[in-house]
Design a protein around this ligand. Structure first.
Ligand code: 4AD
Ligand code: MG
Length: 455
């Protein structure tokens, strides 16, 4: 049985058999204690064994990390922190870990654990983080599926740079001697997708409501705790949605996820609340009910400028003016100090946003929205899409984008175009927000960042 099942309704005297990995083995002359876990629950099984066990000597030498099979009876221990212990009748070591097992029973730093990503999921912290990652992913599907969105798998190998930011990884082929081939496999430049948005937009024209959930890749030289070279993105796209609808959808989606995780990852969240971020559960409860703030970009500039002028804050960049591409320091000050809440920022200047965003009537700004959250900064980025063929062509030209590369996308405006809006949620940043982990490297099983391709 799974150790999780042991915890469901333990009864005094019940006979149980289970497998697990040894977390610790505290051996005494006559009585010893084994702590075993199998990853199905945050809870360990506490096993007591005595010198009447036929292989007592041998059992007391089982090393941390080894795999054991335990048979025993349950003894309830209402006076102690753990609700029961197992009194062993048989302990068999199925596979022995070496003496130098890297996860000995002591506190390990997150930095050290990053170097053994193939093992770190065995620790309680990472067990909690990756369980929550799985639960949150499922919650996202549940949210969209319950509202009749169609899940679209957009290409991973692509020829378009959806964001026009020039941050793509190229795809090349090699010969049998590992030399890059000069003839292109696809007969054109191929890269790993930075976003599935353009392909999803075409599907929104067919299904009205769609979403993607897949890996995306960015060759950004960003050595920060919030940027990864490979990360997962959720990109819904809804025909007929306005910017306001987009904001509503983002907020509803996030609240659904927070509630779902609060309900389905109780023990994991409690562990993280105690060990990673104090008050985490309360934070999530608040986030799943309170209203988020909405500010226009122009208001934000005014508020930040006022804070600088009044010497309430000293940024690295104090030159706050319309047109500024807000830095993380500005974004975080806005949501952490000024609003103290998740903050939607709308209607950014067109020059700092992507070519596909809908131009507002003022012709200076676009119908864009970013969601900034305390502790992280940008969690979501989205917009209404430019529906005018001519305006889109003009934007491409202004931004130095070759429109012939995007014929198939731009022409959607000529084949009967539903207005549409959508957004991208960075899945790892969401998991950081939910778990309290402060480095993106610690919320993805095998992180890829500049100069780092271990595992
Ligand atoms: O703001 P971005 O670049 O928007 C898009 O890609 C649009 N195509 C979305 C859309 O409208 N369909 O990225 C969206 C989100 C960001 O807000 C951030 O959370 C995350 O993706 N993100 C990253 N996460 C981790 N590492 C990186 N290098 C990231 N770059 C963006
Ligand atoms: Mg963005």
């Amino acid at each position: 049985m799974d150790i999780r099942e042991l915890y469901i309704k333990p009864q005094e005297g019940d006979k149980v058999t289970f497998l697990g990995r040894v977390r610790s083995n505290r051996a005494g002359k006559k009585v010893s204690f084994l702590v075993v876990n199998d990853g199905t629950t945050m809870n360990d099984a506490q096993i007591v064994y005595k010198d009447d066990l036929k292989n007592y000597e041998e059992a007391s030498k089982i090393r941390v990390g080894s795999i054991v099979e335990i048979q025993g009876t349950i003894h309830l221990t209402p006076d102690r922190p753990q609700p029961f212990e197992i009194q062993a009748t048989s302990i068999e070591c199925l596979d022995e870990a070496i003496e130098a097992y890297p996860l000995q029973k002591k506190e390990h730093s997150l930095e050290y654990l990053r170097e053994i990503a193939q093992l770190r999921a065995r620790t309680k912290t990472f067990n909690a983080v990756f369980k929550i990652r799985s639960i949150a992913a499922f919650a996202i599907h549940k949210f969209f599926q319950s509202q009749n969105f169609v899940y679209v798998n957009t290409p991973i190998i692509t020829s378009n740079d959806a964001e026009g930011a020039g941050e793509e990884f190229g795809v090349i082929t090699y010969d049998s001697k590992n030399n890059p081939l000069t003839t292109d496999f696809f007969n054109k430049k191929a890269s790993l997708t930075v976003s599935g948005q353009l392909n999803a937009e075409a599907f929104a024209q067919a299904f009205k409501k769609v979403y993607t959930f897949g890996p995306t890749f960015r060759a950004e030289q960003s050595f920060t705790s919030r940027h990864a070279s490979e990360f997962w993105m959720i990109e819904p796209e809804v025909a007929f949605n306005t910017l306001e609808d987009n904001i509503e959808l983002i907020e509803a989606m996030l609240k659904y996820i927070f509630k779902d995780v609060l309900e389905n990852a109780k023990e994991e969240l409690e562990f993280l609340d105690e060990n990673v971020e104090k008050g985490l559960v309360q934070k999530l409860e608040k986030l799943s009910t309170e209203k988020y703030v909405v500010n226009t970009y122009e208001q934000v500039i005014e508020m930040l400028k006022k804070a600088v002028d009044n010497k309430e804050v000293n940024f690295e960049n104090n030159d706050i003016h319309f047109g500024l591409d807000l830095g993380t320091e500005h974004e975080r000050y806005l949501c952490e100090v000024i609003n103290k809440a998740p903050t939607f920022v709308t209607n950014y200047p067109k020059d700092i946003k992507a070519f596909y965003m809908k131009l507002n009537p003022d012709e200076k700004t676009v119908a864009a929205v970013d969601l900034l959250v305390p502790g992280i900064g940008e969690l979501v980025g989205g917009s209404e899409r430019e529906g005018s063929f001519d305006k889109l062509m003009k934007r491409c030209e202004q931004m130095g984008i070759d429109p012939t590369e995007l014929d198939w996308y731009i022409q959607l405006r000529q084949y009967g175009y539903y207005k549409s809006a959508g957004f991208g949620l960075g899945f790892e940043r969401l998991i950081m927000y939910i778990t309290g982990m402060t480095n993106i490297r610690d919320v993805i099983p095998y992180p890829r960042t500049p100069k780092n391709l271990l595992f």
